[in-house]
Design a protein around this ligand. Structure first.
Ligand code: SF4
Ligand code: SF4
Length: 164
């Protein structure tokens, strides 16, 4: 089956977007959609229409995966699970947003998608926490292990694609 046959591909993993009746409950409930162009109903429509443009649609990456739409969908469609799966296809085809690629490279280089900064350390101390969390920040010797894990699942190859 071609990677772009989204509706069939998603159905096999328990995400039946063909049940969508385009009611708009998902997009009307979406907190991100109130502040940006994301319209999750249109993303679902593109997916069940097997529209390959979905792979380069920036809105695919604007979902914060809060699950509000999925909880409210009257047809019980696992919308966010579908978003994740379509993103997986997009990444494999090299159409990841440059911002996400940068974050992925930070993870490869530092062990953190968002490395800790001085401001966060101070806030942690004010809360009575150790300024460094129990991660690579506090245990830099673990970075090699993180890199081995990321390499073993070929994460480095996935995010190094030149295509945008
Ligand atoms: S809430 Fe569910 S049925 Fe309604 S448009 Fe969104 S995905 Fe389709
Ligand atoms: S999971 Fe994504 S699409 Fe759904 S409501 Fe939250 S931000 Fe919107």
């Amino acid at each position: 089956m071609p990677e772009s046959d989204f509706s069939e591909k998603l159905k096999k993993t328990g995400v039946d977007i063909l049940k969508c009746m385009q009611c708009g409950v998902c997009s009307g409930s979406c907190p991100s959609g109130r502040h940006m162009s994301l319209n999750i109903r249109k993303i679902i429509k593109k997916a069940y229409s097997n529209d390959r443009n979905i792979l380069t649609d920036k809105d695919l990456w604007m979902c914060t995966t809060c699950y509000t739409c999925q909880e409210r969908c009257p047809r019980g469609i696992k919308i966010v699970d579908g978003v994740y799966k379509i993103r997986n296809v997009a990444v494999r085809e090299g159409t990841m947003l440059s911002e996400h690629r940068k974050v992925s490279h930070l993870l490869l280089e530092t062990g953190h998608a968002v490395p800790i900064n001085e401001e966060t350390k101070q806030k942690r101390e004010q809360l009575g926490l150790n300024p460094l969390p129990e991660t690579v920040s506090k245990h830099p010797e673990a970075l090699d292990d993180v890199k081995i894990i990321l390499k073993s699942c070929k994460f480095d190859e996935l995010v190094s694609s030149k295509k945008e």
